[in-house]
Design a protein around this ligand. Structure first.
Ligand code: NAI
Length: 257
């Protein structure tokens, strides 16, 4: 409460920024989209799933910020470009891009087929390349921008049964560091966040013994929340991180130590 007895206004460090979150319909992407809007940004949700419209409505209702939903498959170049154009028409030039859309198709390598490899690389890695390319011309021209990609602890450490997913997530780290070097002179920052196990639909499939085994490996002894990842993204997106580029910030309860 403030001195007048009212609730203190929440700071809005992202006021006047436009943020685009891929895979923002649910899970970590939804939490990121909501958080960036709470911090003052106008947020666009891009997703393959129509539930993205519901998420955008929810963001507007809870934060009062303008939002938009664009249905697109970010692994296809024409769709990625069209999605960015639609967002810029609706909300203005994109200042913050969060490459969050991702899929898994797990299996040991001997039973993993070429389609499983291609699909995972296409969404998790190529999608981030296409979306980054689509927003960068404007960011470079305006000398302002922040790109954040959601990698994973398995991109840093590897994981049996996930050669496709780990390769894509490790690839995102290479993309992040190279692009950070390419565009730093234009004041565009490029970073990654590497979550550990986070409570979402992607991890809901784990049975009780698998969850217990995971929690034993995590120094903080618990599975993380989408909001914890959103906090890290919000930090990297804003001016509090104005001198930070090319980093991979783990949000994993210590799993990757
Ligand atoms: P999720 O499966 O709950 O949500 C992913 C969203 O991306 C869905 O809304 C889906 O429709 C969308 N999407 C998938 N393919 C798309 C495409 N081609 N174009 C547009 N949208 C597409 O996943 P979750 O758990 O929220 O994960 C989000 C990101 O965080 C992913 O990149 C994932 O790899 C990463 N991550 C997740 C962890 C976890 O424990 N849940 C741990 C580490 C990283």
């Amino acid at each position: 409460m403030n001195e007048c007895g009212g609730r203190a206004a929440r700071p809005t460090p992202l006021e006047d920024r436009v943020a685009l979150v891929t895979g923002g319909a649910r899970g970590i992407g939804r939490a990121i989209a909501l958080r960036l809007a709470e911090d003052g940004a106008r947020v666009a949700v891009i997703d393959l799933s129509d539930t993205g419209a519901q998420t955008a409505r929810e963001i507007e209702e809870t934060t009062g910020r303008a939002t938009t939903f664009v249905k697109a498959d970010i692994s296809k170049e024409p769709e990625a470009r069209a999605a960015v154009a639609a967002v810029e028409t609706a909300l203005g030039p994109v200042d913050i891009l969060v490459n969050n859309a991702g899929i898994t198709r797990d299996g040991l390598i001997l039973v993993m087929d070429e389609g499983d490899w291609d699909a995972v690389l296409a969404v998790n890695l190529k999608g981030a390349f296409l979306m980054s390319k689509a927003v960068l011309r404007g960011m470079i021209r305006r000398r302002r921008g922040s790109i954040i990609s959601i990698s994973s602890v398995v991109g840093r450490r590897g994981n049996a049964g996930q050669v496709n997913y780990s390769a894509a997530k490790a690839g995102l780290i290479g993309l992040t560091k190279s692009l950070a070097r390419e565009v730093a002179s234009r004041d565009v920052r490029v970073n990654a966040v590497a979550p550990g196990y986070i409570e979402t639909d992607m991890t809901a499939a784990l049975d009780e013994p698998a969850r217990n085994a995971i929690m034993k490996q995590v120094p903080l002894g618990r599975i993380g929340t989408p909001e914890a990842v959103a906090d890290a993204v919000a930090f990297l997106a804003g001016d509090s991180a104005s001198f930070i580029t090319g980093v991979v910030l783990p949000v994993d309860g210590g799993l990757g130590i």
